[in-house]
Design a protein around this ligand. Structure first.
Ligand code: ADA
Length: 566
């Protein structure tokens, strides 16, 4: 299942997760989809990555994934891939039906008519760097290869089905009641027709009679006004099921469900407000990475991460540096963890931002993130382009474009980005929330408060004044098991604990701040090109290692975060 609850009760869905055949080139790194028979065969799990195979631990190249499935009845179909890492071309029964770039966002493909019987699905996958990708570059995390998130085949009953419902909760203070503004997208693959659309949430119901344009998407807007719902908050994360159903005559033929939380997010001067109350985001940056599974964590491992974040007394998590598996977002919705979700671009300097595909791919990933994750109450801010060239005019233009694009899709959440261009940033006026990555005592032996004061002094006059400010990263590395009783050695667990102690005390209650995210939750594999300064070829700044074994800093962070939450 690609979510933690059934998304459809009427529409037939079949999971295509499980064991797939993977074919790798016998020599070199190239293999055309049509030549899969000439490849070396391995069996691999989906979701999964090929780095789990002993022979492919360091493989950067192409592969063809193959799966044969059966359908019992003829009709329209939709294939939903939640993530292919990182570029995939999809073929059904020998015909190319789609292409997608970026490991961390979903895509779906409409098949107007799928016959009953057996079908062959081939996905030609590449995790190569270079011309193909402006986003997946050798980086301080690892670009794995495979089908890293769930795959589902949906079989709508008719050539008309619900594409999505996007819902924005609104609070009416005069009536002290909540409403839900819904935008429903209905896809029609055939002639114009009239359908009935019903939306339900708790005791609220609306019904619309809708004329669908031929061969296209029709958008409906309506408002649901439930009589009494509990707001969603990190202390009480109440969730409600929203369902949409399409009927003709008396026959319901398609449906769609999602979970909704009633909360508002706003910015008022220097404060970030959730349900009109100031919040301080306290948590970790988390990469989707695990020693056993690469970036394709099974649900059980995600649950464990979530449980550890709760145990560490976090109220927030930053999905550094890409949109997360929706099951993890579902867990955050359930647990009341507030999420800074960000698009996928990390550390691109000016020349990397000028990669011929960067701009277009950045638009794609931002659009997919906002559209697909729109309804998650846990997401309280959209971030873009961590540590990109915000000191340049080209960078400024792209940050401005990205924020404008997000606002065109979602005005209900503030925007942000994490900068490291300390002296020279020229973008602090652009986001709603300012974010800074600060590593005092680790990269530079400077005082944490002095670093922050300097930023405030420098950037308040340059657009950062009167907006919330978050320390989006701070941290220190520790090699698991490397101990130094006199607590001085860099890379020792003691030194990491001491640095984190100082950072949390400096930033955790700072009156100018609205949040603090420790870098980082777990140790992660990095690209070999980044291995200098990264012992074990890992970014070792986790408070748990890549197997989730705690380091010495763990109980300390736990205790300090608990004090701050009181
Ligand atoms: C940056 C970056 C992270 C990570 C971190 C570090 O701020 O955003 O991805 O690389 O530094 O460990 O140095």
């Amino acid at each position: 299942m690609s979510r933690l609850f059934p998304e459809h009760r009427i529409r037939t869905t079949c999971s295509l997760d499980g064991t797939w055949q993977f074919y790798f080139p016998k020599q070199g790194t190239l293999l055309e989809a049509k030549d899969w028979r000439q490849g070396e065969e391995h069996l691999l799990e989906v979701p999964g990555v090929w780095e789990v195979l002993n022979s492919r631990v360091n493989y950067r190249g192409q592969a063809v994934a193959r799966r044969v499935f059966r359908t019992e009845r003829e009709g329209p179909a939709r294939l939903v891939f939640k993530g292919v890492s990182h570029t995939g071309t999809v073929y059904l029964d020998g015909e190319r039906i789609g292409f997608h770039h970026n490991a961390y966002t979903p895509f779906s493909l409409h098949i107007p008519q799928l016959s009953a019987g057996e079908h062959e699905l081939l996905v030609h996958i590449s995790n190569q760097h270079g011309e193909i990708s402006g986003l997946h570059i050798p980086n301080d995390y690892y670009n794995y290869g495979g089908i890293n998130r769930p795959v589902t085949l949906e079989l709508p009953e008719r050539r008309v089905f619900i594409g999505q419902v996007r819902a924005v909760p609104r609070f009416d203070a005069t009536r002290a009641s909540w409403a839900l503004d819904c935008t429903v997208l209905v896809e029609n693959l055939g002639d114009p027709k009239t359908v009935e659309l019903e939306l339900l949430l708790a005791d609220a119901r609306v019904v619309e009679h809708a004329l669908l344009a031929e061969h296209g998407t029709t958008e409906f807007r309506c408002r649901l006004e439930p009589r009494s719902v509990r707001p969603w908050s990190y202390r009480d994360p109440a969730l409600y099921l929203l369902s949409a159903t399409l009927s003709q005559g008396d026959k319901a033929f398609d449906d769609w469900c999602d979970r909704i939380g009633f909360r508002t997010v706003s910015v008022q001067g220097e404060r970030l407000l959730v349900n009109d109350e100031p919040v301080f985001l306290l948590g970790f940056n988390r990469h989707e990475d695990h020693a056993l599974y690469g970036c394709a964590l099974p649900l059980s491992a995600m649950r464990k991460d979530l449980a550890l974040l709760r145990d560490l007394n976090c109220n927030a998590v930053r999905t550094s540096h890409y949109p997360n598996d929706e099951r993890f977002l579902d867990l955050c919705d359930q647990a009341g963890l507030m999420v800074w979700e960000e698009n996928h671009a990390r550390g691109q300097d000016l020349s990397a931002m000028q990669h011929p595909r960067f701009r277009e791919q950045c638009y794609e990933v931002t659009g997919e993130m906002v559209r697909e994750h729109f309804n998650h109450p846990s997401i309280v801010t959209w971030g873009v382009m961590n540590e990109c060239a915000s000191e340049t005019e080209v960078g400024r233009e792209m940050y401005a474009e990205q924020f404008a694009f997000i606002k065109s899709l979602d005005r209900s959440r503030p925007t942000t980005f994490a900068s490291c261009r300390h002296q020279n940033d020229i973008c602090q006026d652009l986001p709603d929330i300012a974010g800074w990555n600060l590593y005092p005592r680790w990269y530079d032996n400077v005082d944490p408060l002095a670093s922050l004061e300097e930023l405030i002094h420098r950037f308040e006059p340059k657009g950062m004044a009167r907006k919330p400010l978050i320390v989006s990263e701070t941290g220190a590395g520790a090699l698991p098991g490397y101990l130094d009783p006199i607590r001085r050695a860099k890379w020792s667990e003691e030194r990491q604990a001491d640095i984190l102690n100082e950072m949390i005390r400096a930033y955790g209650r700072h009156p100018r701040l609205s949040g603090l995210f420790i870098w980082q939750f777990c140790d992660v594999r990095v690209d070999e090109a980044r291995a200098i300064g990264r012992p074990r070829c890992m970014n070792n700044k986790g408070v748990v290692d890549e197997h989730r074994r705690p380091k010495l800093a763990y109980p300390l962070v736990q205790e300090l975060f608990l004090e701050l939450q009181r």
